[in-house]
Design a protein around this ligand. Structure first.
Ligand code: ADP
Ligand code: TYD
Length: 206
Protein backbone atom coordinates (compact mmCIF):
# COMPACT_ATOMS: atom_id res chain seq x y z
CA UNK A 1 0.00 0.00 0.00
CA UNK A 2 2.45 2.72 1.14
CA UNK A 3 5.22 1.25 -1.00
CA UNK A 4 3.50 1.70 -4.36
CA UNK A 5 5.76 3.44 -6.90
CA UNK A 6 3.34 6.37 -7.24
CA UNK A 7 3.33 7.09 -3.57
CA UNK A 8 3.41 10.76 -2.59
CA UNK A 9 5.28 12.35 0.28
CA UNK A 10 4.02 12.30 3.84
CA UNK A 11 5.09 15.23 6.05
CA UNK A 12 4.04 15.69 9.68
CA UNK A 13 4.51 18.77 11.86
CA UNK A 14 4.48 18.23 15.63
CA UNK A 15 5.18 20.18 18.80
CA UNK A 16 3.44 21.37 21.95
CA UNK A 17 0.59 23.92 21.75
CA UNK A 18 1.80 27.38 20.68
CA UNK A 19 4.94 26.28 18.82
CA UNK A 20 3.49 27.54 15.52
CA UNK A 21 2.33 24.29 13.90
CA UNK A 22 -0.84 25.54 12.24
CA UNK A 23 0.93 28.70 11.01
CA UNK A 24 3.76 26.64 9.52
CA UNK A 25 1.56 23.91 8.00
CA UNK A 26 -0.36 26.62 6.12
CA UNK A 27 2.80 28.38 4.90
CA UNK A 28 4.55 25.15 3.90
CA UNK A 29 1.51 23.95 1.96
CA UNK A 30 1.27 27.28 0.09
CA UNK A 31 4.98 27.31 -0.77
CA UNK A 32 4.97 23.71 -2.04
CA UNK A 33 1.87 24.44 -4.14
CA UNK A 34 3.73 27.42 -5.59
CA UNK A 35 6.54 24.95 -6.47
CA UNK A 36 3.94 23.06 -8.55
CA UNK A 37 3.04 20.19 -6.20
CA UNK A 38 -0.41 18.92 -5.30
CA UNK A 39 -0.69 19.34 -1.55
CA UNK A 40 -3.34 18.11 0.89
CA UNK A 41 -3.21 19.66 4.35
CA UNK A 42 -5.04 18.28 7.37
CA UNK A 43 -4.95 17.98 11.16
CA UNK A 44 -5.65 15.64 14.09
CA UNK A 45 -7.87 15.29 15.99
CA UNK A 46 -10.05 15.57 12.88
CA UNK A 47 -13.56 16.95 12.63
CA UNK A 48 -14.87 13.42 12.01
CA UNK A 49 -17.14 11.39 14.30
CA UNK A 50 -14.40 10.39 16.79
CA UNK A 51 -12.45 13.65 16.60
CA UNK A 52 -15.62 15.55 17.51
CA UNK A 53 -16.06 13.52 20.70
CA UNK A 54 -12.42 14.21 21.61
CA UNK A 55 -12.80 17.97 21.04
CA UNK A 56 -16.05 18.07 23.02
CA UNK A 57 -14.40 16.23 25.91
CA UNK A 58 -12.02 19.19 26.34
CA UNK A 59 -14.97 21.25 27.62
CA UNK A 60 -17.42 18.60 28.88
CA UNK A 61 -14.96 16.66 31.05
CA UNK A 62 -11.96 14.55 30.25
CA UNK A 63 -12.44 10.93 29.22
CA UNK A 64 -10.68 8.03 30.92
CA UNK A 65 -7.19 7.51 29.55
CA UNK A 66 -8.21 4.21 27.90
CA UNK A 67 -11.26 5.74 26.19
CA UNK A 68 -9.16 8.72 25.09
CA UNK A 69 -6.48 6.51 23.53
CA UNK A 70 -9.13 4.37 21.85
CA UNK A 71 -10.78 7.43 20.26
CA UNK A 72 -7.49 8.90 19.00
CA UNK A 73 -6.72 5.53 17.36
CA UNK A 74 -10.18 5.32 15.76
CA UNK A 75 -9.98 8.94 14.58
CA UNK A 76 -6.57 8.28 13.01
CA UNK A 77 -7.66 5.05 11.31
CA UNK A 78 -10.61 6.89 9.75
CA UNK A 79 -8.36 9.80 8.71
CA UNK A 80 -5.87 7.42 7.04
CA UNK A 81 -8.63 5.56 5.27
CA UNK A 82 -10.62 8.54 4.02
CA UNK A 83 -7.95 11.14 3.29
CA UNK A 84 -4.27 10.38 3.93
CA UNK A 85 -3.74 7.06 2.14
CA UNK A 86 -5.87 7.92 -0.93
CA UNK A 87 -3.96 11.21 -1.38
CA UNK A 88 -0.57 9.47 -1.03
CA UNK A 89 -1.65 6.77 -3.48
CA UNK A 90 -2.40 9.56 -5.98
CA UNK A 91 1.15 10.86 -5.53
CA UNK A 92 0.21 13.98 -3.58
CA UNK A 93 2.05 15.60 -0.72
CA UNK A 94 0.17 15.25 2.57
CA UNK A 95 1.02 17.67 5.39
CA UNK A 96 -0.47 17.00 8.83
CA UNK A 97 -0.73 19.22 11.89
CA UNK A 98 -0.25 16.46 14.54
CA UNK A 99 -0.21 12.66 14.10
CA UNK A 100 0.56 9.69 16.34
CA UNK A 101 3.60 11.39 17.89
CA UNK A 102 1.07 13.66 19.65
CA UNK A 103 -0.56 10.53 21.11
CA UNK A 104 2.85 9.35 22.35
CA UNK A 105 3.47 12.80 23.88
CA UNK A 106 0.07 13.74 25.33
CA UNK A 107 -1.31 10.34 26.35
CA UNK A 108 2.26 9.46 27.37
CA UNK A 109 2.36 12.55 29.61
CA UNK A 110 -0.94 11.37 31.07
CA UNK A 111 0.67 8.12 32.18
CA UNK A 112 0.66 5.58 29.35
CA UNK A 113 3.90 4.11 28.03
CA UNK A 114 4.92 6.03 24.85
CA UNK A 115 6.50 2.86 23.38
CA UNK A 116 3.22 0.95 23.77
CA UNK A 117 1.35 3.89 22.19
CA UNK A 118 3.77 3.90 19.27
CA UNK A 119 3.37 0.16 18.69
CA UNK A 120 -0.42 0.38 18.71
CA UNK A 121 -0.26 3.17 16.12
CA UNK A 122 2.40 1.67 13.88
CA UNK A 123 0.30 -1.50 13.63
CA UNK A 124 -1.89 0.44 11.16
CA UNK A 125 -0.42 3.93 10.65
CA UNK A 126 2.55 4.43 8.29
CA UNK A 127 5.56 6.41 9.46
CA UNK A 128 5.86 9.79 7.75
CA UNK A 129 8.69 10.47 5.30
CA UNK A 130 9.53 13.62 7.24
CA UNK A 131 8.64 14.50 10.82
CA UNK A 132 9.26 18.16 11.67
CA UNK A 133 9.26 18.78 15.43
CA UNK A 134 8.88 22.44 16.37
CA UNK A 135 10.62 22.90 19.69
CA UNK A 136 10.04 25.72 22.16
CA UNK A 137 10.16 26.04 25.94
CA UNK A 138 6.76 25.83 27.61
CA UNK A 139 6.85 29.41 28.97
CA UNK A 140 7.42 30.98 25.54
CA UNK A 141 4.81 28.70 23.95
CA UNK A 142 2.33 29.73 26.66
CA UNK A 143 3.03 33.42 26.06
CA UNK A 144 2.22 32.97 22.40
CA UNK A 145 -1.19 31.49 23.20
CA UNK A 146 -1.94 33.92 26.01
CA UNK A 147 -1.58 31.70 29.12
CA UNK A 148 0.13 33.56 31.97
CA UNK A 149 1.09 30.62 34.18
CA UNK A 150 -0.25 32.21 37.39
CA UNK A 151 -3.09 29.81 38.21
CA UNK A 152 -2.91 26.23 39.49
CA UNK A 153 -4.52 25.09 36.27
CA UNK A 154 -1.87 26.88 34.18
CA UNK A 155 0.84 25.41 36.39
CA UNK A 156 -0.49 21.87 35.90
CA UNK A 157 -0.77 22.46 32.18
CA UNK A 158 2.85 23.64 32.11
CA UNK A 159 4.07 20.53 33.96
CA UNK A 160 2.16 18.35 31.56
CA UNK A 161 3.50 20.15 28.49
CA UNK A 162 7.07 19.81 29.78
CA UNK A 163 6.55 16.04 29.76
CA UNK A 164 5.09 16.24 26.24
CA UNK A 165 8.05 18.29 25.03
CA UNK A 166 10.50 15.70 26.44
CA UNK A 167 8.67 12.88 24.63
CA UNK A 168 8.76 14.84 21.34
CA UNK A 169 12.51 15.45 21.84
CA UNK A 170 13.09 11.74 22.52
CA UNK A 171 12.20 11.17 18.82
CA UNK A 172 15.26 13.16 17.68
CA UNK A 173 17.37 10.07 16.73
CA UNK A 174 14.72 8.77 14.31
CA UNK A 175 16.07 8.92 10.74
CA UNK A 176 12.90 10.66 9.50
CA UNK A 177 12.77 13.27 12.31
CA UNK A 178 14.16 16.83 12.38
CA UNK A 179 13.94 19.05 15.44
CA UNK A 180 13.59 22.72 14.46
CA UNK A 181 13.89 25.36 17.21
CA UNK A 182 10.79 27.54 17.14
CA UNK A 183 12.48 30.56 18.69
CA UNK A 184 13.01 32.52 15.45
CA UNK A 185 10.54 34.57 13.46
CA UNK A 186 7.68 32.95 11.56
CA UNK A 187 9.52 33.63 8.27
CA UNK A 188 12.83 32.17 9.51
CA UNK A 189 11.17 28.96 10.65
CA UNK A 190 9.20 28.75 7.42
CA UNK A 191 12.45 28.95 5.38
CA UNK A 192 14.01 26.13 7.40
CA UNK A 193 10.96 23.88 7.05
CA UNK A 194 10.68 24.58 3.33
CA UNK A 195 14.33 23.69 2.80
CA UNK A 196 13.91 20.41 4.69
CA UNK A 197 10.74 19.56 2.72
CA UNK A 198 12.35 20.39 -0.63
CA UNK A 199 15.38 18.24 0.13
CA UNK A 200 13.10 15.35 1.13
CA UNK A 201 11.20 15.69 -2.15
CA UNK A 202 14.48 15.80 -4.07
CA UNK A 203 15.83 12.65 -2.42
CA UNK A 204 12.51 10.85 -2.98
CA UNK A 205 12.62 11.60 -6.72
CA UNK A 206 16.16 10.19 -7.19
N1 ADP B 1 7.77 32.06 15.28
C1 ADP B 1 6.80 32.72 15.91
N2 ADP B 1 7.08 33.83 16.64
C2 ADP B 1 6.10 34.49 17.30
N3 ADP B 1 4.79 34.15 17.29
C3 ADP B 1 4.46 33.06 16.58
C4 ADP B 1 5.43 32.29 15.86
N4 ADP B 1 4.80 31.27 15.23
C5 ADP B 1 3.49 31.38 15.55
N5 ADP B 1 3.28 32.46 16.34
C6 ADP B 1 1.99 32.92 16.94
O1 ADP B 1 1.74 32.07 18.05
C7 ADP B 1 0.37 31.72 18.13
C8 ADP B 1 0.23 30.19 18.06
O2 ADP B 1 0.60 29.74 16.74
P1 ADP B 1 -0.07 28.46 16.08
O3 ADP B 1 0.45 28.36 14.69
O4 ADP B 1 -1.55 28.51 16.26
O5 ADP B 1 0.56 27.31 17.00
P2 ADP B 1 0.09 25.81 17.26
O6 ADP B 1 -0.71 25.37 16.06
O7 ADP B 1 1.39 25.06 17.40
O8 ADP B 1 -0.69 25.81 18.55
C9 ADP B 1 -0.33 32.46 16.98
O9 ADP B 1 -0.85 33.67 17.48
C10 ADP B 1 0.80 32.71 15.99
O10 ADP B 1 0.58 33.85 15.20
C1 TYD C 1 -3.51 14.23 17.75
C2 TYD C 1 -3.58 14.33 19.26
C3 TYD C 1 -3.87 15.52 19.90
N1 TYD C 1 -3.93 15.58 21.25
C4 TYD C 1 -4.28 16.86 21.92
C5 TYD C 1 -3.30 17.98 21.74
C6 TYD C 1 -4.13 19.22 21.93
O1 TYD C 1 -4.07 19.63 23.28
C7 TYD C 1 -5.55 18.77 21.61
C8 TYD C 1 -6.19 19.45 20.43
O2 TYD C 1 -5.24 19.51 19.38
P1 TYD C 1 -5.22 20.78 18.46
O3 TYD C 1 -6.55 20.97 17.83
O4 TYD C 1 -4.02 20.66 17.58
O5 TYD C 1 -5.02 21.93 19.53
P2 TYD C 1 -4.19 23.28 19.43
O6 TYD C 1 -4.59 23.95 18.14
O7 TYD C 1 -4.64 23.99 20.68
O8 TYD C 1 -2.73 22.89 19.47
O9 TYD C 1 -5.49 17.35 21.39
C9 TYD C 1 -3.72 14.46 22.03
O10 TYD C 1 -3.82 14.52 23.28
N2 TYD C 1 -3.43 13.27 21.42
C10 TYD C 1 -3.34 13.15 20.06
O11 TYD C 1 -3.09 12.04 19.53
Amino acid sequence: MQDSPNRGTFIVIEGIDGTGKSTQVRMLAEALRADGHEVVQSFEPTNGQYGKVLRESASTGRLSIDDELDLFLKDRAEHLDQLILPALAEGKIVILDRYYFSTMAYQGARGLDPTMIREKNEAFAPQPDLLLILDLDVESAHQRIGLRGDTTNDFEKAENLRRCRDIFLSLKPEPFARVVPSTGSIEEIHSQLLELARSQLKSASK
